[in-house]
Write a protein that binds this ligand. Sequence first.
Ligand SMILES: [Ca+2]
Length: 413
Amino acid sequence: MGHLTRRTAMATGAAAMLAGCMPSGGSRGAPGDGFRPQPNPAYDAWVAAFRERAVAQGITRATLDRGFRGQGFLPGVVERDRNQTEFRRTTEDYLALVASEDDIATGRPRVAAARASLAAIEAKSGVDADVLAAIWGLETRFGTRLGEIPVISATSTLAWEGRRGRFFEAQLVAALRIIQAGDTTTGRMVGSWAGAMGHTQLMPTVYEEYAVDFQGDGRRDIWGGDPTDALASTAEYLRRHRWERGAPWGMEVHLPEGFDIGATGRDSRRPVSAWAAAGVQPARGGELPDHGEAAIHAPGGADGPAWILYRNFNVILRYNPSVNYGIGVGYMADRLAGGGPLTRAFGPDETGLTQEERVELQELLNRRGFDAGTPDGVIGRGTEAAIRAYQQARGLVVDGRASQALLRALRQG
Ligand SMILES: [Ca+2]
C-alpha cells in the first residue's frame, strides 16, 4: 500500500498501553533483514548476565537454552522502537484503515467459522461475542496477520537496548516462563516487533495473567490456527476489567441542531435521560437504551457521525487506550453483527477534501502514473510522496499536500 500502511494503524493488543507502543501495530511486521539475528557482542554479553538474573527468578538453564536457541539481536526491532510516531489519526481515517468494507468482508467468513467458539466464550464470560471478534479483526485482521517476529529475540533486543529495558526484561522473563510451562515452543512463539503475541496480540505478562485454555487440551495456545484460546483470553481480560454482561459498548446517535458540542467527550458523562432530554437520538430510531452514565463522542462535529458511549466502552479502552481503537472495535462489532454502515458522513478534513474526494485524488494520481497505493482516502506518506512527484512533474509548488486545488489540477491531467 502506498500511503500509511495498515501497520501504523494497527493496535498491539492487550497491554498496548503497558508496552507504550500503541498504536504501532506490530503484527504487520514482515521479517526482513533487520528481523534476522545479527552479531552484536554487547547484546550477547547482556544475555549472559540476564541468564543469571533469570535463573534467580526460577527460569531453568534448560529453558534458557531452549528459549534462546536460534534467537538473537534484531536491529529492525530497535529501529521500529525508535521510529514510533504518535500518529494522530482522525476517527474517519482510522476506521478506513482498520474497519473498511474490505476488512469486514475478510472478517465475516472467519467469524462465522469461529461462531460456535465465540458463542461458548460469550456464554461463559459474559463478554459480547461480536466485540471479541472485532478485537480479533483490529489486532490481526482476524488471524490473517499474526506477526512473524520471534518473541524472545524481540523482547531481549528491547530489554538490552534499554529505552524501556525494565519493562521488556519483564516481558522476556514472562515469555521464558510460558515456554517453561509448555504452552508453546520458542519456534512457535512469534508476534509483533514489540512482543505482542497471537490472534489478539497479548503481551507475555498479560498472557501469564489472563490467558486461558478454553477447550481444556492442556495448552493455552493463542498462536495456532484455532483462535479459540486467544478469544477466550481476551474475554477473560475484559471480564476481569468489569465488562457488563448484556450491555452494549455504545451506538451511533444523531445530535439535534444546535447541540452543545462542548458537552461531548469521554470525560463528560451524564445519565442517558439527560442526553435524551438534550435531543440525542439513536441513529436508527427508537429510544436510547439506558445503561447508566454515558458520554457522547462527536469527532466530526454535531452534523457528522456521533456515538453514545456506555461503560463497556471504557472496558474496551483497557485493552488499548485509544478512543479511535474503541470506536473501531465497536463499529466493527456492529457490522459483524449485521448492522449497516454509518448513517452520516464526515465532512471535509484538514485537507479541505471529503473522503470521497480524497479517494478520487488517489485514484487520479495512480491513473497519472504516480503511485498513491490502494485508494482508501487516507492521505499518508505514500500519497504525499506521490503528490510531490506529481507536483514536480507538472512544475507546481512541491509541498506534498492534498487540497481542492490539487484535485482540480489532477482532474485536468
Ligand atoms: Ca487450548
